[in-house]
Ligand binder design. Structure first.
Ligand code: SF4
Length: 415
């Protein structure tokens, strides 16, 4: 498996595969052909269907300002649902062409090329092999990770963590309407403020974590800087739980960094054996993966055993199987923001259940990851980030706003 470093990437929202990946691809292509006087970029598949709502064109143009952009929804023979062709011209003559795939979480794959990200640093290929090795050598998952990775990992994770913290903090104070035309008001601040009213500590904890998730995902929807965890659409789950553990429960930064590493290891196993791309496997690959990663990290912070950590990650993924990607208006807002808050609470429930269920569990993490991939491949294209099915087909008309929390009422009208 590759280094876990590329599981977390810092970039602008709202979609890692539709903004961070295309931006990285455009930057890469421009560096290859700096002398070109004109560029053409053709986006296919999911990038063509939801590129407008997800801000793909804006991301590409911020790297290559004068590029001619074409959204091609007719070509179906594609190596990946997020495929782009980049073409460079000099004096009207084509001087270079490259096919680049945005494969999820901001990562790109260049047709016929191998990048530094593709180099394997772990001989193990799945969680069973990792678990067996750790038990044989009597080491923790954290020790396993840091013994394989370079010295760059810890400083990188510290930078990632600080970016996540800043994102929560910015999102908790921001107000206003999110861009894109859904007229969705930001809710994180209201949710955070209301969290302690006559509530049990469990409800207060849920509301606090939900407010952190809203804060991060509203920052993402506003196209601000976030961390892919493992994607932009699912970027609020890990920070919300880890921020709670750091700032409400007093865990040290070192402990959070170790938990981020354990969470990334699960993300690495998932992207190696399945996918973290909504365009490839639906929302189960994004929110399901993030929930599984967060559960593993949270279980690690709670000093659960390797078997219990695996069980928590498995539960978190299992109950997202079949989850479709159907963003309303092609924006990463409905159902995405709320879905992050729900998944954060689900990750905590998975850990609580894992303590009890681990000794009798019948399905391994590897098995549920394979199932997620097979389910995703079988999923109708309408439910894989094309905004052609499910909730995306409901006309959203915001008729009135709740007086206190800025809630919207959705008039349901099928197309
Ligand atoms: S529905 Fe899920 S996969 Fe689709 S854009 Fe939203 S968060 Fe991403």
């Amino acid at each position: 498996m590759r280094s876990i470093i590329s599981v977390y990437k810092i970039g602008n929202g709202p979609s890692s595969s539709h903004t961070v990946g295309p931006y990285n691809a455009a930057e890469y292509f421009k560096e290859k052909y700096p002398d070109a006087d004109a560029y053409k970029v053709i986006c296919y598949g999911s990038l063509a269907y939801t590129g407008e709502g997800h801000g793909t064109g804006k991301a590409i143009l911020s790297a290559i300002p004068k590029a001619e952009l074409i959204l091609n929804t007719t070509e179906t023979d594609l190596p990946h649902p997020n495929t782009m062709d980049f073409i460079a011209y000099k004096e009207s003559t084509e001087i270079g062409k490259m096919r680049i795939m945005s494969v999820g979480g901001g990562s790109i794959r260049i047709d016929g090329e191998m990048s530094e990200e593709d180099i394997d640093v772990y001989p193990e290929k799945n969680f069973r092999e990792i678990s067996e090795l750790c038990k044989k050598d009597n080491i923790s998952l954290k020790d396993y990770i840091f013994s394989h990775e370079s010295e760059k990992l810890r400083p990188y994770l510290i930078k990632i963590w600080h970016t996540m913290e800043e994102c929560v903090q910015r999102g908790l104070v921001a107000e206003g309407i999110l861009p894109g035309g859904l007229n969705l008001p930001r809710k994180a601040k209201s949710l955070y403020t209301m969290r302690c009213r006559n509530e049990s500590s469990d409800i207060a904890m849920d509301r606090t974590i939900a407010s952190y998730a809203y804060a991060v995902n509203e920052e993402n929807a506003d196209e601000h800087l976030v961390v892919t965890a493992p994607t932009c659409g699912s970027c609020g789950i890990i920070p919300s739980i880890f921020y709670y553990m750091r700032h409400d429960k007093g865990y040290s930064e070192d402990e959070i960094i170790d938990a981020l590493a354990v969470a990334a290891l699960i993300g690495n196993v998932i992207r190696t054996n399945a996918s973290v791309s909504g365009a490839e496997c639906g929302c189960q690959a994004e929110i399901g993966s993030a929930c599984s990663m967060a559960a593993a990290g949270f279980a690690y912070l709670n000093e659960l055993s390797i078997d219990e950590i695996e069980c928590a990650a498995e539960i978190a993924m299992e109950h997202h199987l079949g989850l479709t990607c159907d963003p309303v208006k092609g924006l990463v807002q409905i159902p995405c923001i709320e879905r992050n808050a729900v998944a954060a609470m689900r990750a905590i429930n998975a850990v609580n259940l894992a303590r009890f269920l681990s000794p009798t569990k019948q399905i391994s993490l590897d098995e549920v990851i394979t199932t997620m991939y097979e389910t995703g491949i079988d999923m109708d294209e309408r439910y894989r980030e094309t905004a052609h099915g499910g909730l995306s087909q409901i006309h959203g008309i915001y008729s009135k706003y709740g007086p206190e929390f800025g809630d919207c009422f959705f008039e349901r009208k099928k197309l």
